[in-house]
Design a protein around this ligand. Structure first.
Ligand SMILES: NC(=O)c1ccc[n+]([C@@H]2O[C@H](COP(=O)([O-])OP(=O)(O)OC[C@H]3O[C@@H](n4cnc5c(N)ncnc54)[C@H](OP(=O)(O)O)[C@@H]3O)[C@@H](O)[C@H]2O)c1
Length: 297
């Protein structure tokens, strides 16, 4: 990442949905002296946060009465996924409703998905491309984006929406899949997918939270679209097992899960120019071959 920027760190960030990426972001902010608080929906999670130097704020996005956004939170990260059903994201609505109009944050950063563009048959998508989600999963994300934008416009709070593709990194490779010998869609029929290394994504989130980072919508990607088949084969090579058997699209429809098929039947290439140029991002892992070695157990 670019080390020459001088934006002073915010005094406090509040992370809603502090899982894998949240912890990575928390660590980076703590290194800069920023206090990190995070929403915990269980005592166990609160205790785990404490071990990482993160102050827990108890609350559950599915129970709006339990939610309270600390007045001291200057930068808020919303990393919680929508519920698993429906076409809207009530969690985003509950969160926005819990912010006091007399204690507004300086900005909100949201991780969305590049799935909001839907299937464009392998074309490149920029932030100007129309959204056209083809799964309920992506419709929920687009609904969350719209709710956030409307609220931020109304309250004059800057937002950054990061449209994120597949995240990979240590602890998050499909190792069980490649070890299971389950089939994958064959290379010649695979569409384009896009990826970002978890540590690059965390650094992008930190940059997005800086006061001088231009607000708006940003595509996130390492800029090297590939196929799922390439990805699974590269992971198999990394862990030293044979490549999974490849099947035709027709056969894949019979043997793969509906969720996996929804990923496989959308094809797009995510253009990351705006992220690189306007946010000034220098990726540590600009290709899968750079990032996979960091994922060795
Ligand atoms: N996987 C991908 O390739 C991909 C691609 C694009 C976008 N994303 C999205 O990127 C975001 C960050 O990913 P991640 O890997 O860091 O996710 P993660 O590890 O699954 O963390 C999600 C967090 O959200 C919290 N959460 C869920 N429901 C909640 C609720 N009702 N109330 C309060 N907290 C709740 C979870 O809390 P608990 O710890 O209590 O469960 C967890 O800490 C997620 O929204 C993910 O869906 C992922």
């Amino acid at each position: 990442m670019n080390e020459t920027r001088q934006a002073p760190p915010p005094p406090e960030v509040f992370i809603i949905g502090c899982g894998d990426i949240g912890h990575r972001v928390a660590e980076l902010w703590k290194q800069r002296g920023t206090r990190v608080r995070a929403l915990a929906r269980s005592e166990e999670r609160a205790a785990e946060y404490a071990q990482h130097g993160i102050d827990a704020v108890r609350g559950d996005l599915d129970a709006p009465a339990t939610l309270k956004v600390p007045a001291s939170a200057s930068v808020i990260y919303f990393f919680a996924p929508p519920p698993t059903k429906g076409t809207t994201d009530p969690r985003m609505q509950h969160f926005l409703g819990a912010i006091s109009p007399s204690a507004l944050p300086t900005r909100i950063v949201y991780i969305s998905t590049s799935g909001v563009y839907g299937d464009v048959q392998g074309a490149w998508v920029t932030e100007e491309s129309p959204t056209n989600p083809t799964t309920d999963r992506s419709r929920r994300r687009l609904d969350a984006e719209k709710k956030l934008r409307a609220w931020c416009d109304q309250h004059e709070v800057p937002y950054v929406i990061l449209r994120v593709p597949g995240i990979y990194g240590p602890g998050r490779l499909p190792i069980d899949v490649v070890k299971s010998g389950r089939p994958i869609l064959r290379e010649s029929e695979s569409g384009y997918t896009n990826r970002i290394h978890a540590d690059d994504l965390a650094a992008i989130c930190v940059r997005a939270g800086e006061a001088d980072a231009p607000p708006g919508i940003y595509n996130v990607s390492d800029g090297q679209p590939g196929t799922m088949a390439q990805y699974f084969k590269a992971v198999a090579d990394l862990v030293g097992v044979p490549h999974p058997p490849e099947v035709s699209l027709e056969e894949a429809r019979r043997v793969l899960s509906v969720e996996m098929m929804s990923y496989l039947t959308e094809s797009r290439r995510v253009n990351n120019n705006k992220m690189i140029q306007r946010l000034g991002i220098g990726l540590s892992y600009p290709a899968l071959s750079d990032g996979l070695p960091t994922c060795q157990a």
